[in-house]
Structure formats: C-alpha cells, structure tokens
Write a new protein. Structure first.
Length: 286
C-alpha cells in the first residue's frame, strides 16, 4: 500500500485500541473494590506490629486529597489493559503481519503463545513472594519506629515485583529466539551453562527483597528449569538443521554443512560461502 494508506490503517487500529481500552477501563472501574482487595492481600498476610496507628488491620494511607481518585484510575486502567489485551494484541499483529513471511508469522504465533503464560506465571509467583519481601523490609526498622505506608508506595512495590518476576520468566524465550536466529548455538550454550545459571541465581538474590532462601528459590528454580528447557530446544533445533543440511547436501558431513552455513537461509549461505572461499579456498565451489 502507499504510505498514506499505511498511516490511515495505523490510525484506525489505534482508534480501535483506544476504544477497547476505554470500555475495558470502565469495567475495571466497576470491579475496582474486588481488584484492590486482591492487590492488598499480600500486605494483609504479614504480621504488622510496626505499622502506624493500627497494627491489627491491614491499613494503608494516603497523604493527598486526590490520591484516592488517582489510585482508582490507575488500577482501572491496568485492569482495562489486561481485559482488552486480546483486542490490542490482535490489532498490533494485524498491522505488522502482512509484512512478514509465512515462516516468520508462524514463529510469531509461537512467541506470543509462550510469552503470555510465562509472564503471568512469573507474576503469580511474585504475588506469593511479596509478603516475605514486605515482612523483611519492615523488620529493618529500628525499635520504637513505626511505618506509615502509603497506597502509592505499596502499589509501586507490587508493580515492580510483578514486572521483575514476569520479565525474568521471559529470559529463556530470548535464548530460543537467539538460537532460531543462528546467534546462540547449543555448543555455545553448553559452554556458558554454568555462567548462565550463576547469573540467574545472582539476579534472583538481587531483585528478591527478602533475603530468605525460599523467596530466592521461588524465582531462581523455575528460571533455571526454563533455561534448561531452552537448551534442550537449542540442541534439538541444531540437530534438525544439521540433519536437514545433510539430506540436501549428501556429499558433505554435518560439520561441513554447519561450517559453510548451508543450513541457513540463502542470504546467509552466500555470505558464509564467500567468507569460506576467500580464506583457504576449500569451500564447496572451489
């Protein structure tokens, strides 16, 4: 299409996303009391002897006249974004899909199908780890000091925890994409496995507020399992590429197929072949 047609299509899809988000946010406004009770539950599960004014109830505070309105708007928009996610994800996909090849569209389906449940899985674990983090942070207060925790402070903490855990669960998916792109082979993955696992535990230790091992393991162990699963995928995908190259070029070994890049797309094959030919002159065309 001409450039103006693309701009008109983008405008129409943005308008559709805005309408869907607005309608879904209205629904979030209606169900706000139930949503806020769900968000506040991790705070209510901790012992609260150091909280100001009332240590028997899970009480949060505001220090501005409009804080209650802004909180309700913020939560409603977040709920609206979640409810309307099928609409805006489809609109984004429908805009970029015509520019993709059939194979690229297929991998995009796999990517979205895996990314969404992985993110929500990490967020679910964060929800149960939040209480331990709050309890640890409150225990850092000295004696005779009480905490006056505002709603904005608690909501920022909850959002950070959910995002950190959710994004951490996407890390193995990045490894899979790098392998599909030919950047991260299984051999390279195997050499760096110990370093990757160490970095996973270091990440969990840094970004989990509570220092107890249970909270750290809640984040680290599932991530390590997912990393190992991505390594298995890399191993199977590399073997598939080598086997496919051997069938197409029966006169070459698997090592030669990988060396000359014959298991890669045509553009990459050309660059790999020219690089090999200009070296020792032992490429397939010499």
């Amino acid at each position: 299409m001409p450039l103006m047609e693309h701009i008109r299509e983008l405008r129409n899809r943005v308008i559709t996303i805005a309408v869907a988000l607005t309608v879904a946010s209205v629904i979030g406004w209606v169900v706000y009391p139930h949503v806020w009770h769900f968000i506040q539950e991790p705070f209510c599960r901790i012992p609260q002897p150091k909280l100001a004014f009332d240590g028997k109830r899970c009480t949060l505070y505001v220090n501005g006249l409009f804080d209650g309105l802004f909180l309700k708007l913020q939560v409603s928009i977040i709920v609206g974004a979640l409810i309307s996610s099928p609409v805006w994800l489809y609109q984004i996909w429908a805009f970029i899909a015509p520019g993709l090849y059939k194979r690229e569209r297929r991998w995009a389906y796999y990517f979205v199908g895996a990314a969404v449940p992985l993110f929500f899985g990490g967020a679910a674990i964060a929800y149960f780890a939040m209480s331990r983090g709050i309890h640890f942070l409150l225990d850092l207060l000295p004696q005779n000091v009480t905490a006056l925790i505002t709603i904005n402070t608690y909501l920022s903490y909850a959002e950070a925890m959910l995002l950190i855990f959710g994004i951490a669960f996407e890390m193995p998916l990045v490894f899979v994409l790098l392998n599909l792109a030919g950047v991260l082979t299984h051999e390279r993955f195997r050499k760096w496995r110990r370093v990757i696992i160490f970095l996973v535990f270091a990440f969990a230790a840094i970004f989990t507020p509570s220092p107890d091992p249970i909270s750290m393991l809640l984040l680290a162990v599932p991530c390590v399992v997912l990393v190992e699963a991505s390594e298995v995928f890399a191993w199977a995908n590399d073997r598939r590429r080598a086997r496919q190259g051997s069938l197409e070029f029966p006169g070459l070994t698997d090592e030669e197929v990988a060396k000359y890049g014959l298991d890669k797309p045509l553009g990459e094959q050309a660059s790999a072949g020219s690089g090999a030919g200009t070296g020792a002159g032992t490429g397939p065309g010499s």
